[in-house]
Design a protein around this ligand. Structure first.
Ligand code: ADP
Length: 844
């Protein structure tokens, strides 16, 4: 047993699933990479964003500090101006003090010890500030619970005499109307001034103590420690610490010439608006890329699915084609396997029919009919599969309608007769006989309908009408009408009629053989021949089938009265008679099946051809090296070396004696296209098994050298068959001289008795050598007076004589038997010829 090691190919669903998993895996991997990149990008962007925010805030801090510093300086300028006016005595100190006093702030004049001379009185701790100012430097200082004190020196010449000061009370500083209070405090940004010395908020923003930016634990602004820590490294500081406040960025910057710092809280979102837009755009782009990527993956997937599907479809189609091929192979094999034994059965049976009589013949006839039915079923199945697979071809040829109708008549009238049915045939005498169309398929179509008519008609008649319509010079429609008085077809069954495997009215038809393929094939073939088929039926009364087929007209000669032909055909019904003999011909039949060899041998026995057999290609190749054959029948399917190979080798064989011998394929392989295949491979012709005697003989006659063929007397061909003397031949032999012809004829007739007696004697004495010599002479003299038939008969006898004398020992008996049976025929022909000479030419 051969082991099938091939792994089962994965099913399309399984492959699709694997593919989807694979794709999903890749998709997830890519997604993870993308997310990772996205996150890295995000963190990088945040980092740069924070950096930008910080930068922005530092700028903002610097700016605010600058502004505040200017504000203080403005105050300083104002006080300086007053101080100058006092110094230059343009105003009195009292006036000066009044000038710098107002709501929320109080002016004052101090002596060099810090004692108040005019206006406001300062706490003792202000003395240090005063001392510094006396050195010429204006100053600012904040005093806890008191307020902000600004001092400028008042010169007298180059020495400082007094100090002009202004106190902004703490409550005034906290008042939003104070000039130190920033007017541009907003929701988005708050800032305050913090004094590092006193560690107090000098100028808070509105509701500072109630805001998120007041660190109640430390009683200090939020993030102060962090900001101060940062400020140790750089002048300005900025931090964004979500732990402190996730919505605000903190910044701080020192205010020059003071111990103050400005601390601001800036809403993160408002700082980064511009930047976050870019951020958002980048994220959008990134998101878009992700979406694009997903779309791409989906697209790839869909594409792949489509590709998978189409590959699945392709596979399904290939599978279907393979299955169809397997079906065809199976049919070819089945056909071969059934035809081979059937060939033996029918061949042997024909021999029984030829030789047996009585009951045996009857039985043999039944075997024939059953065999033929079986064969026709096989043919139907093959035909149908050919049509289904588109391999059936319409092959138009020139043909004689009369010959087709003859065959149809013979076939159907016989079957009808057996059933006790009347078979009537009406053929329009004016239809041209020589037509062009697919004769084989036309026959098949009409035979099918005629057979059905006979099959489905228990009693009554079948009428077959043939007409031509729409006839022109070159074409016509052949109309075949088959009318029966049978069971008819039910109205509801009519539609189903032409479907495959449809058998109708099964109850009634139970006992009638059939596959339901016949009409399906008929319809298809009719359509392929561009014809139409129609049916009319009355259930219980009978049916009429009409087939119309277009045919070309080759010659306009009409077919004539068909009844006359039928008569002639009836004459032909005398049973088997060999159409010719060829005792000197040698043919070789090659087949691995003994029965088949025997069938061919038996079927050709009467032709007296020398039949040689070989049971393999190898044997055939050996035989043709030593012997010449006139014709070789070669079986196709043989073990080791098949027919095709045998032929190919035979053609290449230099030592072959059969270089010009025709090879005919004789095979049970009958599927579509095989004939063409055999012809292409170098065969001269093709015969399908089972063969019948007539076809086989016709094939042999077609390929044997004409000089070896002796037509049987019963099959003389021309219309003047009864005439023994062919005047044309005779005239040829005597140089068209009528006198000479008559003289020859007279001489020939006068010698009849002597020659007959001589031959009788030779045969009686079994002196075949002399017999051969005498019959040889008769052959020539007969021909010279136009006695063609007699000459041929003599020729056959002469050949048999030669074969008897010089041929193999085992053939002697049969050669003698031939001479004995045909001797009398020769004498009779001589007799008839003499009679005719008397009647036609007055020769005595
Ligand atoms: P089958 O092999 O059964 O004869 P066909 O295809 O030739 O198959 O015919 C199909 C069916 O049509 C037959 O089985 C039969 O029922 C019906 N039928 C065909 N011809 C006739 C007819 N002349 N009269 C009645 N019934 C017919």
């Amino acid at each position: 047993m051969k082991q099938n090691n091939l792994a089962e190919p994965a099913s399309p669903e399984k492959r699709m699933l694997t593919f989807a998993m694979h794709l999903l895996g890749r998709f997830l991997l890519f997604l993870a990479i993308l997310i990772f990149i996205g996150m890295a990008l995000q963190s990088k962007m945040n980092e740069s964003l924070n950096h930008e925010v910080e930068k922005f805030n530092l700028n903002q801090a610097g700016l605010r500090s600058f502004v505040y510093h200017n504000l203080l300086r403005g105050e300083m300028e104002e006080l300086n101006k007053i101080a100058q006016l006092i110094a230059t005595h343009k105003i009195t100190p009292e006036n000066g003090v009044q000038f710098i006093s107002g709501q929320g702030y109080l002016g004052g004049l101090l002596d060099i010890n810090g004692q108040s001379l005019q206006g406001v009185t300062l706490p003792p701790e202000a003395r240090l500030q005063c001392a510094r100012t006396l050195q010429g430097a204006p100053s600012w200082c904040y005093y806890k619970d008191i307020g902000l004190v600004v001092m400028v020196p008042v010169y007298e010449g180059t020495t400082v005499r007094h100090v002009l000061c202004r106190l902004h009370s703490e409550s005034a500083l906290h008042d939003t109307n104070s000039p130190f209070h920033f007017s541009d405090q907003q929701e988005k940004e708050k800032f305050l001034i913090y004094d590092l010395n006193t560690q107090r908020v000098v100028i808070p923003f509105d509701k500072y103590r109630y805001s998120d930016f007041y660190d109640a634990d430390k009683d200090a602004p939020l993030g102060l420690d962090q900001l101060l820590a940062k400020m140790e490294q750089s002048r300005e500081a900025s931090i964004f610490d979500p732990d402190l406040n996730e919505d605000y960025v903190l910044y701080a910057a020192p205010i020059p010439e003071t111990s103050f710092i400005i601390i601001g809280y800036h809403e993160w979102r408002s700082v980064v608006t511009g930047i976050t837009n870019i951020h958002r755009i980048v994220l959008w782009v990134f998101g878009l890329l992700m979406v694009l990527f997903c779309v791409f993956i989906l697209y790839t997937f869909a594409n792949q699915v489509a590709a998978e599907e189409s590959s699945a479809l392709r596979e399904a189609r290939d599978e279907a084609l393979r299955a169809n091929q397997a079906k065809s192979d199976f049919l070819a094999n089945m056909s071969h396997e059934i035809r081979t034994p059937l060939n033996a059965i029918l061949g042997m049976n024909e021999m029984i029919m030829r030789e047996a009589g009585g009951n045996l013949k009857k039985y043999a006839f039944n075997v024939k009919s059953a065999g033929e039915t079986l064969l026709s079923i096989i043919n139907d199945i093959l035909d149908f599969s050919k049509i289904e697979s588109g391999k059936m071809e319409i092959v138009p040829v020139s043909y004689a309608l009369s010959s087709v109708l003859n065959d149809l008549y013979n076939m159907v009238s016989y079957k009808a007769g057996q059933k006790g049915l009347e078979f009537k045939m009406n053929v329009d005498a004016t239809i041209p006989d020589a037509l062009y169309g697919d004769e084989v398929r036309l026959r098949q179509v009409v035979v099918n309908i005629l057979n059905n008519a006979v099959k489905y008609t228990p009693k009554g008649s079948v009428t077959f009408t043939v007409k031509a319509t729409e006839q022109t010079e070159h074409s016509l429609y052949l109309e075949f009408i088959v009318q029966d008085t049978g069971i008819g077809i039910r109205e509801e069954d009519k539609e189903k009629l032409f479907g495959k495997f449809q058998r109708l009215d099964l109850e009634k038809n139970r006992n009638i053989e059939g596959t339901g393929l016949g009409l399906a094939i008929t319809v298809r073939l009719t359509e392929m021949m561009a014809g139409t088929i129609s049916m009319d039926s009355v259930y219980g009364e009978g049916s009429t089938f009409t087939v119309r087929l277009p045919q070309l007209v080759e010659k306009e000669d009409p077919i004539g009265d068909f009844n006359v032909r039928i008569e002639a055909a009836l004459q032909d019904e005398k049973g088997y008679q060999e159409s010719f003999t060829a005792p000197t011909a040698h043919i070789l039949v090659v087949d691995d099946n003994d029965m088949n060899l025997m069938v061919v041998k038996s079927l050709l026995e009467k032709t007296r051809i020398n039949i040689h057999t070989a049971c393999s290609g190898k044997e055939c190749l050996q035989l043709i090296q030593d012997n010449h054959y006139d014709l070789i029948f070669l079986d196709h399917m043989m073990p080791e070396m098949d027919g095709l190979e045998t032929l190919a080798r035979a053609q290449k064989l230099i030592t072959s004696q059969c270089k010009d011998t025709p090879f005919v394929a004789l095979t049970a392989n009958a599927v579509a296209g095989v004939k063409e295949m055999f012809l292409r491979k170098g065969f001269h012709d093709y015969l399908s098994k089972p063969v019948d005697g007539k076809t086989l003989e016709a094939m042999v006659a077609k390929y044997l050298p004409p000089e070896k063929i002796i037509p049987s007397s019963g099959t003389a061909t021309n219309a003047a068959a009864n005439e023994q003397i062919d005047l044309e031949t005779a005239m040829n032999y005597c140089g068209n001289d009528e006198d000479m012809q008559k003289k020859f004829l007279t001489m020939f007739v006068s010698r009849r008795e002597a020659v007959s007696a001589q031959l009788d004697n030779d045969l009686a004495a079994q002196n075949i050598a002399d017999y051969t010599t005498h019959v040889h002479a008769l052959k020539s003299t007969a021909l010279s007076i136009g006695g063609v038939k007699l000459s041929e008969c003599a020729k056959a006898l002469e050949m048999a004589g030669h074969a008897y004398c010089d041929g193999p020992e085992n053939e002697k008996d049969s050669q003698l038997a031939y001479i004995q049976t045909h001797h009398q025929e020769a004498l009779e022909l001589y007799q008839r010829l003499s009679q005719e000479a008397k009647e036609r030419f007055g020769v005595e």
